[in-house]
Design a protein around this ligand. Sequence first.
Ligand code: HEC
Ligand code: HEC
Length: 78
Amino acid sequence: MKRIIICFAILLVFGGCAYRHYLGLHGPTVRGTPDIHDGVTEDAECLGCHDPDGDPIGLPTSHPQFTGCLKCHNDPLT
Ligand code: HEC
Ligand code: HEC
């Protein structure tokens, strides 16, 4: 019984929203805000506005160390 509870606790922790990106899941897409994001392709550009250590104009990202931002943030709008 104890083991089952521990398994659930682990699942909960890793399923928690804040850790979704560590599992390689996709984040919110930038396509909803084309006025801001159109034509932006480089990670360095993204971080110019989203780096938590800088002076973010947009939302600070929790994962500035990632590369290939658009792999996860360029899903088509449904
Ligand atoms: C492996 C996929 C992945 C990569 C690569 C990635 N992200 Fe994310 N990102 C996510 C996920 C999933 C979320 C939503 C969960 C969260 O906030 O952690 C997210 C959330 C965000 C948010 C917050 C959006 C909000 O509405 O709170 C910003 C800003 C962001 N990412 C910017 C970036 C930038 C800049 C890069 C490149 C340096 C990047 N991401 C690379 C998956 C990724
Ligand atoms: C010129 C500054 C700027 C650049 C460059 C920029 N962003 Fe943003 N970003 C913003 C601002 C401002 C917002 C908030 C938009 C809003 O909510 O109206 C935002 C919002 C976001 C969101 C949240 C979208 C949502 O609808 O919740 C994500 C994810 C994101 N940006 C990722 C990126 C990625 C990835 C890149 C690089 C391809 C990037 N941004 C480049 C300024 C920028």
